[in-house]
Design a protein around this ligand. Structure first.
Ligand SMILES: *[C@@H]1O[C@H](CO)[C@@H](O)[C@H](O)[C@H]1NC(C)=O
Length: 138
């Protein structure tokens, strides 16, 4: 029993060491998440984005303005996740804006979003097209 827990502890501390070192494996390109309000004239979009470690704060975007930030996705441990809550008028939504497993390939640098009344569209760089990824809750 004692041997098993020692082994387990060793594995756990090795894992935690590895994930701390993982910054050294950030060979990936710098990516930009860029969210643009395309809701229409006079409609303000409020958003609040965060990852496990960072809260990027609450921001009001007027029509056609954008909010963006840069990050590096970890190529060894592809676990980067950013999600946002958004509001406009009486509409609310919450969704992932960058999820390593979904987006590492489809967005190598420009992880851009267009927020429209029909939904949230995400740019796919490999196909050069905008995909409808999220539809608002009613
Ligand atoms: C953000 O997207 C807008 C288009 O909606 C573009 O004009 C702007 O250059 C982009 N900014 C960054 C930093 O990617």
């Amino acid at each position: 029993m004692a041997k098993v827990s020692v082994a387990l502890l060793t594995i756990l501390s090795l894992l935690s060491l590895l994930s701390k070192c993982s910054l050294a494996f950030d060979t990936g390109e710098t990516r930009v998440v860029n969210i643009t309000n395309n809701l229409g004239p006079g409609i303000v979009l409020t958003l609040q984005c965060q990852s496990k470690d960072d809260d990027l704060g609450k921001h009001d975007l007027s029509f056609q303005s954008n909010f963006h930030w840069e990050f590096k996705s970890n190529s060894l441990f592809p676990n980067t996740l950013f999600y946002c809550k958004m509001w406009w008028q009486n509409v609310y939504g919450s969704f992932d804006v960058y999820k390593a497993q979904r987006d590492d390939n489809r967005c190598a640098s420009k992880c851009w979003w267009r927020i429209k009344q029909t939904g949230a569209f995400s740019y796919d760089e490999t196909k050069d097209r905008w995909d409808l990824v999220y539809i608002w809750q009613k």
